[in-house]
Ligand binder design. Structure first.
Ligand code: 5GP
Ligand code: ZN
Length: 120
């Protein structure tokens, strides 16, 4: 399967890992949009949030548990890279209008500068 994040998960493409376990991993974004920009990615290939729909993850972990784990991992990684005190932003881009460019679900952790609202 031609999926960049699956290839990174399998060790077939290099990445700057900040965290990894059996379910999820976190890597520094190749084109950072903030001083700290990290992606939290599940090992399981799910194209977008639209495809979640409560299906079992196939490894005994439901997708809702996986999403919850991605969020808690993002918060733990934020603590690890010293973003907790100042704060940070978590972003899910979904499909075309959401600005999703890689069709393997991922959570952006952005920090190190004041974020703007409304987002672009
Ligand atoms: P999306 O636009 O789908 O929400 O986010 C995809 C993110 O993946 C982008 O921020 C992009 O810079 C990042 N990205 C794309 N290809 C690679 C890669 O090969 N390695 C890393 N570390 N990040 C990537
Ligand atoms: Zn994938």
């Amino acid at each position: 399967m031609e999926c960049i994040f699956c290839k990174i998960a399998e060790g077939k493409l290099p990445a700057d890992f900040v965290f990894k376990d059996g379910d999820v991993f976190a890597i520094r974004d190749a084109h950072p949009m903030a001083p700290t920009h990290i992606l939290i990615i599940p090992r399981k290939h799910i194209p977008s949030l639209v495809e979640l729909s409560g299906d079992p993850a196939g490894n005994g972990t439901s997708n809702s548990v996986l999403i919850s784990k991605m969020v808690s991992t993002a918060v733990e990684v934020a603590e690890k890279v010293s973003l907790s005190k100042r704060g940070f932003r978590l972003v899910w881009n979904c499909r075309a209008d959401g600005g999703q460019t890689v069709e393997h679900i991922h959570l952006h952790l952005l920090g190190g500068r004041q974020m703007k609202w409304p987002p672009g």
